[in-house]
Write a protein that binds this ligand. Structure first.
Ligand SMILES: N[C@@H](CCC(=O)N[C@@H](CS)C(=O)NCC(=O)O)C(=O)O
Length: 160
């Protein structure tokens, strides 16, 4: 539905450096420039930036990540680039069971996120997930392998 967007930032140089570092783990870089305007993307420019007075209400932008390790790397890179933590990498099962995301505030207070919806190997879970699942009893037999056919099982009919 959305082809591209423009974020207004107070200090273009500061934000460019921040986003170059934050988005590198996700595979996004500056791919187009028009004077003071520039855009991050991969084969296409999706995320434009311009200097001005940002709206008083911070914006929320979620960047697509290919895999969970990239979400982790986005979070670490964003903090190292001067962002502040708004939620460590982990599952947010209240959104849906495989919603794996991390949240950071950029230099202007915008809430940026990296998210992947793909299933991953069992890994670190957010505190929220742990709380939600605490006390949930495991059903007997749930998650176990189906029983193998025993020696007394009815043999398959032979094809004639
Ligand atoms: N600290 C929360 C952040 C959650 C969050 O920011 N969720 C997004 C939706 S995916 C949101 O509420 N955005 C609205 C906004 O930032 O104004 C976490 O780690 O789960």
């Amino acid at each position: 539905m959305i082809d591209h967007m423009t974020l207004t930032v107070r200090d273009l140089g500061r934000s460019r450096t921040f986003y170059e570092r934050a988005l590198a783990p996700l595979g996004y870089r500056v791919v187009m420039e028009f004077g003071e305007l520039f855009a991050f993307g991969d084969d296409k420019p999706y995320f434009w930036m311009k200097q001005g007075d940002p709206p008083t209400t911070p914006q929320h932008i979620a960047f697509a990540a290919r895999r969970r390790a990239d979400v982790d790397a986005f979070h670490a890179a964003s903090l190292a680039a001067g962002g502040s933590d708004n939620g460590p990498p982990g599952l947010r099962t209240d959104y849906h069971p495989s919603y794996y995301a991390a949240f950071v505030f950029d230099p202007d207070g915008h809430n940026i996120e990296a998210v992947t919806h793909r299933e991953g190997a069992p890994e670190r879970r957010s505190a929220r997930t742990r709380t939600a699942s605490r006390g949930a009893s495991k059903k007997k037999g749930a998650g176990t392998k189906p029983k193998r056919r025993g020696a007394n099982a009815k043999p398959k009919a032979k094809r004639r």
